[in-house]
Design a binder for this molecule. Structure first.
Ligand SMILES: Nc1nc2c(ncn2[C@@H]2O[C@H](COP(=O)(O)OP(=O)(O)OP(=O)(O)O)[C@@H](O)[C@H]2O)c(=O)[nH]1
Length: 514
């Protein structure tokens, strides 16, 4: 790539905006940034707030699995927009751009949908500069390169070569996850970015909530006065994985399970993996580090008891694990699909909000630098898969634990009335404050992050409209008193942080301001 080409894009955009130029060609925003920084979160935010923009989206994924499409629910979006999903399993937009990536670009350009803007989410291990020439070839105008960066972990990951490369030519950096970072982490991150990005705009954000106009050039549309209709659904066109030539499938030899490559239909869990290394597989591979990915799939539910006691434990012990994400089918919550996320400084989330649209199954991708650690986690995941759908034998005294925990929650008026279901899950959550504009989801979501971040307890969350509930399953090892004491003290931290900007005279929060 030519040196300053991308930095110039931002100035061009500014110039075009001011002069009403920009041409009739479709513009493109490239979203880059290391694994787990918040690129998909930004994409979702843009899709949710796109107004009447017609957006085409390409998602580039590191692992050999379509997890991002599952997380974005792209099949549903494409159905609504009458587009078919293109599966680009043999081409990497970053490393091998001549194949399917070019074809998808061409398809977007030729599309009768007349898209206003193409959003490309690059994989967390891709170099954004590799995309520029291809875009030019098909006549797509690169408006902007945006990097999404985790403010809490930037000082750790900045040592990784690809992270530095990603930041070299960006126009805007969203310094994201500012809700998790301390002020000193934020200002330290800003210093690092100033040094590395040669003058990019740095914008602090939480969950990438920034104006759409900052990321997408809307001025062209106004200048061209394009008529819009209400059916401007985005087209989420593809998932891509890294090229087969740069990767080697490997099988976990010592597992007793049957293994298969993607597309298996058995009721047994299956795993697959990809590994990349600059040395032995692809001498020209530009990523500079050796990363591996492994995918676990199971069409039987996973036991939450085993998941939290074994899988999470091995994930926490795996110092080389960088990222995990996927969809989980828990035996204790069969009706909903849980979106599982592990990113940054061991931040764990498991949130369900949607019923299954197709047959339930779990699909989890792990990315790290040590294959054997990934293998250990995969083995634990396999152990948590329960082909016989019998989990009640694991419950033992857990229901008693649940009852006493629920009674403790009931005694604290910061919480809603807890409930129990037929499993040992306790369902509970913090009260919101409509008067102060503090939602249940804000408080309970923050509580989940704080508690899960410590790693002693695992909270999952379920959402339904404005309702946001947490779930806890106290296993044999956790004592109810310890768990409750940890949740109470985390609650105090969360409530004081979220509510600190509000005047304490309002009565509906008095319960929160203990
Ligand atoms: N607390 C907090 N969590 C965030 C924020 N932004 C994103 N997350 C969470 O961080 C996790 C990773 O976010 P993603 O958007 O999937 O990150 P990504 O960069 O697309 O990840 P890869 O595609 O794997 O590279 C998810 O659990 C998000 O909910 C934020 O500002 N604050």
């Amino acid at each position: 790539m030519e040196g300053n080409e991308m930095s110039v894009a931002f100035e061009n955009r500014v110039f075009n905006r001011r002069s009403g130029l920009g041409g009739g060609r479709m513009g493109c925003t490239l979203i880059t940034g290391f694994l787990g920084g918040g690129k998909t979160t930004l994409l979702k935010h843009l899709l949710d707030h796109r107004g009447d923009l017609r957006l085409a989206v390409l998602v580039n994924e590191f692992a050999d699995s379509d997890v991002d499409s599952l997380l974005l629910d792209s099949a549903r979006l494409n159905r609504a927009f009458n587009l078919s999903t293109v599966s680009l399993t043999h081409g990497c937009a970053c490393c091998e751009v001549s194949g399917p990536f070019r074809e998808s670009l061409q398809r977007i350009v030729d599309s009768k949908h007349n898209f206003d803007c193409l959003l490309i989410e690059t994989s967390g291990l891709a170099r954004p500069d590799k995309f520029v020439a291809e875009l030019k070839e098909v006549g797509i105008h690169l408006d902007l390169v945006v990097a999404v960066v985790d403010a809490e972990s930037l000082d750790k990951i900045i040592k990784i070569d690809i992270v530095r490369k990603q930041l070299e030519h960006v126009d805007i950096v969203l310094l994201n996850k500012c809700d998790l970072a301390t002020l000193s982490q934020i200002s330290n991150a800003e210093d690092i970015l100033e040094e590395l990005t040669a003058g990019a705009k740095v914008v602090r954000s939480q969950f990438c909530k920034v104006p759409v106009d900052l990321i997408i050039d809307c001025s062209k549309l106004q200048a061209l006065n394009i008529e819009k209709n209400d059916e401007s659904m985005p087209g989420v066109l593809s998932h891509e994985s890294l090229p087969k030539m740069a990767f080697q499938r490997y099988i976990y030899d010592n597992s007793p399970l049957q293994f298969s490559s993607s597309g298996h239909t058995s009721n047994q869990p299956s795993v697959g993996g990809d590994s990349s290394s600059t040395d032995d597989l692809h001498p020209g591979f530009p990523h500079g580090e050796s990363f591996s990915s492994a995918t676990f799939e199971a069409e039987v539910p996973l036991s939450l008891v085993v998941f939290q006691s074994k899988v999470l434990k091995s994930m926490r012990c795996a110092s080389s694990l960088i990222r995990a994400k996927g969809i989980i089918w828990f035996a204790e919550n069969r009706e909903s699909r849980f979106v599982f996320q592990w990113s940054g400084l061991k931040r764990v989330e498991a949130i369900s909000g949607q019923p299954w649209e197709s047959s339930p199954k779990s699909c989890i991708v792990l990315i790290g630098t040590d294959k054997s650690e990934l293998q250990t986690i995969i083995s634990q995941l396999s152990a948590s898969a329960n082909p016989h759908n019998e989990v009640s034998s694991e419950y033992g005294n857990l229901r008693e634990h649940a009852k006493s925990f629920a009674s403790m929650v009931a005694s604290d008026d910061r919480f809603k009335e807890p409930s129990l279901n037929k499993t040992p899950l306790v369902i509970f959550g913090l009260k919101g404050s409509p008067l102060r504009g503090v939602k249940e989801s804000q408080l309970s979501g923050a509580l989940m992050h704080v508690v899960n971040g410590k790693g002693n307890i695992f909270l999952t969350a379920t959402t339904f409209g404005e309702d946001y509930n947490l779930q806890i399953l106290l296993d044999e090892k956790s004592t109810v008193i310890d768990a409750w004491s940890e949740i109470r003290s985390a609650t105090s931290i969360v409530v004081s942080k979220v509510c600190k900007n509000f005047c304490p005279c309002r009565s509906d929060l008095t319960a929160h301001v203990h």
